[in-house]
Write a protein that binds this ligand. Structure first.
Ligand SMILES: [Zn+2]
Length: 270
């Protein structure tokens, strides 16, 4: 090969540059490993690279929540579909239940009512009204016993059966497919008895704490808080907890919430 001196020099230069680049490239690949384990003691905390290290922007995807996580003792927390379910607890209430029934009807929406046996006994006509409206029934114990789950299976069964009997006396053909422990205090024992009686234990995903009335909160503030919490926390598949019993502000909140929710979700009775 006959190359002029200058050409040789050029080739040599190119070769050197390539070797240099290759060396740098391999040098760039290696540091990842040493960084991970020996972590050379640095005086500078260097938080920036750590932030860069987790590339999880997670675009606010509307997840169907079909991979439903469970509530306490395996109770149900989500609808299992993209639909959202509204639940109203502790009634029936002679003043508030008719109000929410009217609002639901105006909004062509079905919901689920978790009834307290004692109130069912006092207002059987309201149970019939709930059933006539196409809503779903849920057993919420005889007297809202927050500790029922810790009692013996026999006591639990007696309570739930008494409540179901009162509901059936009011509305003979009504199905009672759900059970909700007061306070969400589900235990394996109470869930098992409910199952024996053909009821699925029903927890929730969204709790606007509409039952909570801090001393200095006005009615308007309370309503605004319930609305804000439901709007902020409701996602596809959510079961929303609210109370129709003795909670006039909750019902007023739903005057605004129902149209808002309907625009975004399919609302279903369970
Ligand atoms: Zn309750």
């Amino acid at each position: 090969m006959r190359l002029s001196r200058s050409k040789k020099l050029v080739l040599l230069g190119v070769a050197l540059v390539m070797v240099g680049l290759a060396g740098r490239a391999s040098a760039n690949e290696t540091p990842a490993a040493p960084l991970a384990s020996p972590a050379p003691t640095r005086s500078v905390p260097a938080p920036a690279p750590v932030k860069k290290a987790k590339p999880k922007p997670k675009p606010a995807t509307v997840k169907p929540a079909a991979h439903k996580p469970s509530g306490p003792a395996g109770s149900r927390m989500t609808t299992g579909t993209k639909a959202v379910a509204l639940t109203f607890d502790d009634g029936p209430d002679p003043a508030q239940t008719p109000r929410i029934l009217k609002l639901l009807a105006q909004n062509h929406t079905k919901a689920t009512f978790c009834l307290v046996g004692k109130n069912v006994q006092k207002h059987p006509e309201l149970v019939r009204k709930i059933v006539a409206g196409g809503h779903t029934l849920c057993n919420h114990t005889w007297s809202h016993d927050l500790k029922l789950g810790k009692k013996s299976p026999a006591k639990i069964k007696a309570d739930l059966a008494r409540t179901n009997a009162a509901i059936r006396k009011a509305a003979p053909n009504a199905k009672i497919r759900y059970f909700r422990a007061p306070g969400g205090n589900f235990t394996p024992g109470v869930v098992a008895v409910a199952k024996q009686l053909g009821m699925t234990s029903l927890y929730w995903r969204v709790d606007p704490r509409d039952w909570d009335h801090p001393k200095n909160e006005t009615h308007a503030q309370h309503r605004a808080r319930v609305i804000a919490r439901v709007e902020r926390n409701t996602h596809a598949g959510a079961i929303v907890l609210s109370h129709d019993y003795a909670q006039p502000d909750t019902i007023s909140a739903y005057r605004k919430l129902l149209p808002w929710l309907r625009k975004r979700y399919k609302l279903v009775a369970l």
